[in-house]
Design a protein. Structure first.
Length: 66
């Protein structure tokens, strides 16, 4: 069904955590974003839209590789 060499699982993980590659994501990971900055960004951007993590698909890909 899924071949681990096709990169499907890696692509799911990349898409799930793509916000870590943004400017604010990098600041958070580096410990340089404090709560004041985050509160300001929340007010500026509004409520975030949470995309599906596609948990079931990731599990199917993982299981098929075993």
């Amino acid at each position: 069904m899924f071949d681990q060499k096709d990169g499907a699982l890696a692509e799911l993980v990349r898409k799930r955590y793509q916000s870590f590659d943004t400017e604010i994501g990098a600041q958070i990971e580096a410990g340089k974003a404090d709560f004041d900055l985050l509160a300001k960004k929340v007010k500026e951007w509004g409520e975030p839209k949470v995309a599906s993590a596609k948990q079931e698909l990731a599990e199917m890909i993982f299981q098929s590789a075993m």
